[in-house]
Design a protein around this ligand. Structure first.
Ligand code: FE2
Ligand code: FE2
Length: 377
């Protein structure tokens, strides 16, 4: 829970990683060459892994298992697109996660959450790339269609220094309505989204408006409190996104037939939880303030009238809560994990977040069809 305001620099671990990347694996090089193409990277990894090493390749996937993997691949492509935008401005740009050149002013504000934020943003981005690349490669190995959303990369991204200004995006990080109820969801000792209950917002104003989580252009780099509010928004958004993955994988795992597909979901899902746990710790280091340009308030969650266990910023371990039925004792768990309509629920959360503001109806239809097939609705 340590907050640190060391200047924004590439960490020692970042340099070590960058050094290691020079001996680039085919995987790293493939991604570098392919940019964010959702198929080229997958092909690279597939040929690398070798078809023979996939133990059960002869068995076809059930329709539902393929649909679940395809929805997850789409969700991971979305995650990669948004994390890439954060990495360009406030992460570490290297052979593993190429693109952009960093924005020193924004990076410095992000680093108020933790001096290692640049490394964490980089690593989260790399993880998402590996998730969709693996899922697509596995689908192909099983004779199923991989997911490619490249034709929907149509949104104009940040025009701030450090961003790839001309690169069209899938997601919009500049008009977000961030739901911060994950904060109290994991602190509540009585409520569980699967059993009902209310989850107050940590930062109520964030979900009510539309706010940038990255500077839209260099005008957003000042005044100081405005840029800090943008960085705070990003800090809460990171946890929102990864909390979604934390619930999505166990929810969908319950519908999977193949033991190997189940193994995939049980092996990727907890990495989303590792991300969420890191981000909820970092979000607690935010600077309470009011953005002078738009009135966005980040209240002090440790002081009255808030405070208390549902808001205290260092309570980052999940509190035990009700699970399955209130007749059982409370237990510390991921919440929710309801299987019904899990993919549609995840899609709705991404839409409500504002990530698809400006996206085409066709894109939303395609994504909804993928979700519906995964839910077998
Ligand atoms: Fe992921
Ligand atoms: Fe993730």
């Amino acid at each position: 829970m340590e907050s640190n305001t060391k200047p924004f620099t590439t960490s020692r671990r970042g340099l070590l990683r960058a050094g290691a990347a020079l001996g680039a694996s085919a995987f790293g090089t493939g991604l570098l060459g392919a940019g964010l193409s959702s198929t080229a990277g997958a092909q690279g990894m597939y040929s690398n892994a070798g078809a023979q090493s996939i133990s059960t390749r002869a068995e076809a996937l059930t329709k539902r298992d393929a649909a679940i993997l395809r929805f997850l691949a789409a969700a991971e492509i979305i995650e990669t697109d948004l994390w890439q935008q954060y990495n360009e401005l406030a992460g570490i740009q290297d052979a593993d996660v190429p693109g952009g050149s960093g924005n020193a002013a924004y990076g410095k504000k992000i680093a108020t959450l933790d001096s290692d934020m640049a490394q964490y943003i980089h690593d989260n981005t790399e993880d998402e790339m590996s998730h969709f690349t693996f899922l697509n490669a596995y689908l192909k190995a099983k004779g199923a269609d991989p997911v490619n959303l490249d034709k929907y990369r149509t949104l104009k991204g940040s025009q701030a220094t450090g961003a790839q200004k001309d690169l069209p995006r899938l997601t919009n990080l500049m008009q977000l309505s961030v739901d911060t109820s994950w904060w109290t969801r994991y602190r509540s000792r009585t409520a569980n989204p699967d059993l009902g209950g209310a989850f107050p917002q940590a930062i109520p104003a964030l979900v009510k408006g539309q706010f940038p989580a990255i500077p839209r252009n260099d005008d957003d780099l000042k005044p100081d409190k405005h840029l800090q509010a943008i960085a705070n928004t990003a800090g809460f958004h990171f946890a929102f996104i990864e909390q979604g993955g934390t619930s999505l994988y166990p929810s969908l795992a319950q519908a999977v037939k193949s033991p190997e597909v189940l193994r995939i979901l049980l092996s990727i899902g907890p990495t989303e939880t590792m991300h969420f746990q890191t981000w909820q710790d970092k979000a607690g280091n935010y600077t309470p303030l009011t953005d002078p340009t738009n009135g966005l308030v980040f209240p002090d969650l440790n002081s009255k009238p808030l405070g208390g266990e549902d808001f205290q910023t260092n309570l980052i371990m999940p509190e035990p809560t009700a699970f399955l039925s209130r007749k059982f004792p409370v237990v510390s768990i991921i919440r929710g994990t309801e299987a019904k309509d899990a993919a549609m629920g995840a899609l709705k959360a991404l839409e409500d977040d504002g990530l698809f503001v400006g996206q085409s109806r066709e894109f939303l239809t395609v994504f909804r069809d993928l979700a519906r097939a995964a839910d077998a609705a």
